[in-house]
Design a protein around this ligand. Structure first.
Ligand code: G3P
Ligand code: CA
Length: 380
């Protein structure tokens, strides 16, 4: 298997610094040298590793309703290196895990008559959205709701868990990662994403102060913490760069533009961010990119894979790690090359997809089925 681009360099440094790293880990589980960092600057470096990192995308969201403690726990038990909470905020400023501010698609809020009058329409990054919004609920109110499967038509098996799990807070996720780190004898990393930072700032509920406070309070705001912080926007990552010592990851959408740039009248798009010049700029504040996987191996009009782009090599030239999203086993998400049938919910040959992307030199994957990613990378 192709080595991660800087593994040897980091490993040499990791051996030299492992003692120092351990000294810095006063409030979390002590882990091997793989979680140490190179001393390039005051803020965190990507973590050294041999195989691509497995990031449990929204937990093991292919197996449980997303963004629940059950989904995160299963991801960790399946071998994920990191669990990935997307973060929004409640009315009283508590960070909770949801993929978007609107919570009607992933909770049973519509079944609660006491919240019927909270249904409203808002402009979210320039798009009108109707539903119920996390920031209109206190944490106590949100805790009355229960999570449900987002895509029951594709993941019918997951619907048996509907109604069983709460919307978790970031603190509960940190606590879970610590408990699992102790039980599993390996550190479970956290890979939080700030969702719609400009939107929440406009609502008077910016996400960043609570994120910095939570990481700091838990002893995780340090360069060798097993934490990455990610965002689709640029401005808030630049600001977080001044407040956080963990590595940051710039997400790069498959199309469109970061909404903070749109709102500021800045014409740059995600295409611009993915150029060598854009990557050089990202490297001034981030340690990695999280691109749509189609930016690494684009698909043709029929959905078949084409030739890889130079994005991975270009990013590595800037010492940026590359963690593409999102790998899912269902046919509907797979390249046409690897679909098993016309049934969108049936699973296709995701191992072949992983092989194709591994050959490009990627450093990690956001995976809805972490067990399959682990099998693809470690059982070879
Ligand atoms: O954060 C990486 C990936 O999760 C981005 O996509 O929309 O699933 O948050 P999304
Ligand atoms: Ca995400």
């Amino acid at each position: 298997m192709r080595k991660r681009w800087s593994t040897r360099t980091w490993r040499r440094t990791a051996v030299a610094l492992s003692g120092l790293a351990v000294l810095g880990m006063t409030s979390v589980v002590i882990v091997p040298a793989s979680a140490t960092e190179a001393p390039r600057t005051a803020f965190g470096q990507p973590h050294a590793h041999d195989e691509p990192l497995v990031i449990g995308h929204r937990g093991a969201s292919g197996h449980r309703p997303e963004h629940t403690l059950a989904a995160y726990e299963l991801a960790a038990r399946m071998g994920a290196d990191y669990i990935e909470p997307d973060l929004v905020t409640t009315k009283d400023g508590v960070l909770v895990a949801r993929h978007e501010p609107e919570i009607g698609g992933t909770t049973d809020v519509a079944d609660h008559p006491e919240f019927a009058d909270r249904k409203t329409t808002k402009s979210l990054d320039g798009t009108e959205v109707t539903g119920w919004f996390a920031e209109d609920f206190t944490l106590a109110e949100l805790k009355k709701l229960r999570a449900k499967e987002r895509i029951p038509e594709l993941r019918q098996e997951n619907t048996i868990y509907d109604g069983r799990y709460e919307v978790p807070t970031l603190q509960e996720i940190v606590d879970l990662s610590r408990r699992l780190s102790r039980q599993l004898h390996r550190e479970i990393g956290l890979y939080p994403e700030t969702k719609h930072p400009t939107y929440f700032r406009e609502q008077g509920l910016p996400l960043e102060p609570a994120l910095v406070r939570t990481l700091t309070r838990n002893g995780l705001n340090r360069p060798n913490a097993k934490v990455y912080v990610q965002s689709f926007e640029v401005t808030n990552l630049r600001e977080l760069r001044r407040q956080l010592r963990v590595p940051l990851v710039q997400l790069i959408g498959g199309s469109g533009a970061p909404y903070d740039l749109v709102a500021a009248g800045d014409p740059r798009t995600y295409d611009d961010l993915a150029t060598p010049e854009g990557l050089a700029e990202i490297a001034t504040y981030a340690r990695g990119i999280g691109p749509s996987k189609d930016r690494i191996i684009p698909r043709d009009a029929g959905g078949f894979l084409t030739e890889p782009t130079t994005l991975v090599d270009d990013a590595h030239a800037e010492r940026l790690v590359v963690h593409p999203y999102t790998f899912r086993a269902e046919n509907t998400f797979l390249p046409a090359d690897f679909r098993s049938s016309a049934d969108p919910a049936a699973w296709g040959d995701i191992f072949a997809e992983y092989d194709a992307f591994l050959a490009t030199g990627i450093d990690g994957v956001f995976a809805d089925h972490p067990d399959i990613a682990v099998a693809a990378f470690r059982d070879r």
